[in-house]
Design a protein around this ligand. Structure first.
Ligand code: DGI
Ligand code: FE
Ligand code: FE
Length: 196
């Protein structure tokens, strides 16, 4: 069965693993990702499925997240190890691949890179990354401006999202993941070259 036809099963999985608020967040991200996919030409059904699953490991104990990552044969970098908040994306990828047997590598990568982003993101990855910023449940200061950007263009909203994250992390004196920096730089460079 295609992964996109397993949504009911995946919703049951996240119901069992997430509290009410995070469950609602995940469903809002799924919906926002599907809308962005329609607007920007990614596959809406794959975006929806990735949205449902993107935070599946968010509320698992740190130890379980690390075990899931290790069991998948993934070795965290120093920056990843030092930032607990980065674990759930990699652990979610591993859990979806190895426990839920999600086979669609595009969906798996959208889960893996939903927190940091990376250079050369696929359209699907971009839609899930942005959906996590602008989903209906989000109410952080500045969310309205980012929602407005999402209507203007993918590059604009990616830039705003990355900038927001980097400023926030630097402001708190936290490490910035190299993938986040690469994604940010790529947007700037492609801008100055006049590329899409
Ligand atoms: O899981 P969510 O709360 O829905 O959102 P998320 O997966 O984007 O996680 C957001 C958190 O991750 C937020 O506290 C900032 C942190 N984060 C995002 N990018 C980076 C990062 N932390 C570090 N250290 N480096 C990053 O590049
Ligand atoms: Fe997340
Ligand atoms: Fe999220």
């Amino acid at each position: 069965m295609q992964d996109t036809q397993r949504n009911e099963e995946f919703i049951e999985v996240i119901l069992g693993r997430l509290g009410e608020k995070r469950f609602y967040h995940s469903m809002c991200v799924a919906k926002a990702a599907r809308e962005l996919a329609v607007k920007y030409g990614a596959d809406p059904e794959r975006a929806y499925t990735a949205g449902i699953l993107h935070d599946v490991m968010k509320e698992a104990p740190g130890e379980e997240q690390l075990q899931t990552i290790a069991a998948a044969g993934i070795i965290l970098t120093d920056v990843e190890r030092a930032n607990k908040k980065l674990w759930h994306a990699v652990a979610g990828y591993a859990y979806c691949r190895d426990v839920l047997h999600v086979e669609d590598t595009g969906i798996l990568d959208a889960i893996r890179y939903h927190t940091t982003g990376r250079a050369d993101m696929t359209l699907l990855e971009k839609c899930v990354y942005i959906a996590d910023f602008i989903s209906e449940d989000r109410d952080y200061p500045g969310v309205e401006a980012i929602r407005a950007c999402a209507q203007q263009g993918l590059k604009t909203v990616l830039f705003e999202g990355m900038k927001f994250t980097i400023e926030e992390l630097a402001g708190k004196g936290q490490a910035i993941h190299p993938d986040t920096v690469s994604a940010y730089n790529q947007i700037i460079i492609s801008d100055s070259e006049g590329n899409e």
